[in-house]
Design a protein around this ligand. Structure first.
Ligand code: FES
Length: 235
């Protein structure tokens, strides 16, 4: 595996990198989207990708590697075309997330964060995706598949491997590939952000209850102001 991109790839990525870097007051602030950009090229952050980011931002490869290995959304080895994340955080675990993860690993014959031999699907356990009201939740390339069971999750990965039409429970109607998702995260929109179901019924129920009861979100700084007021009135 080459430790640098070919001239053609490099020239193409440099155009996108310039666009990304121009969004920030300091060049090094562009590192996270640049890592997504190189991940979109190869499906993971390779040595060539690390080197490219370092050169674009005037950083050392050690600095870029430190960031790329800190965040779990950056992969250091080839990922499946469809990356399946099974939430095993508290609520999803209680509702069956661990069983789903075990069932998928056994069904696909892979370990955590490994891809199937055909390169179609990889699986990893992920932390809470802020979708606890739909637990247990499975993500495919960061799109939601709500209220899963071991059986429904196995059907899902089978469909992904067979190339059948698969639709997320919420969000875009067409599931994009891992590389396409990485490019979106680099900040290049495909114009489909508003597609499909947005907030699901359980989330909306919570909103309705809050309105009925007159609950409002705390204002920033309100707690400190109120505490100071209480102290003043106690004197
Ligand atoms: S615990 Fe799974 S989405 Fe929150």
């Amino acid at each position: 595996m080459s430790s640098t991109f070919t001239e053609e790839v490099r020239a193409r990525l440099e155009v996108d990198a310039k666009d990304i870097i121009a969004r920030y007051p300091r060049e090094r602030s562009a590192l996270l989207p640049l890592l997504h950009l190189v991940q979109a090229e190869e499906g993971y952050v390779s040595t060539a990708g690390i080197r490219f980011c370092a050169e674009q931002l005037g950083l050392t490869t050690a600095e870029v590697t430190a960031v790329a290995t800190f965040y779990t959304m950056y992969k250091r080895r080839p990922t499946g075309e469809y990356h399946v994340g099974v939430c095993t955080n508290t609520l999803c675990a209680v509702m069956g997330g661990d069983e789903i993860l075990s069932a998928l690993k056994e069904h696909l014959g892979v370990g955590n964060d490994e891809a199937t031999e055909d390169g179609r699907v990889s699986v990893e356990h992920v932390e809470c995706n802020a979708a606890c009201d739909f637990a247990p939740v499975v993500m495919v390339n960061w799109e939601f598949f709500d209220n899963q069971t071991p059986e429904s999750a196995k059907r899902l990965v089978d469909d992904l491997r067979l190339g059948n039409d698969v639709r997320p429970t919420r969000g875009p109607e067409r599931l994009c590939t891992w590389k396409e998702a990485s490019r979106l995260l680099a900040g290049f929109s495909d114009g489909r952000a508003g597609e499909g179901t947005q907030a699901g019924e359980p989330s909306l129920q919570g909103l309705r209850l809050a309105r009925e009861r007159g609950w409002v979100a705390p204002r920033p700084g309100a707690a400190a102001t109120e505490a100071a007021g209480d102290e003043g009135s106690a004197k």
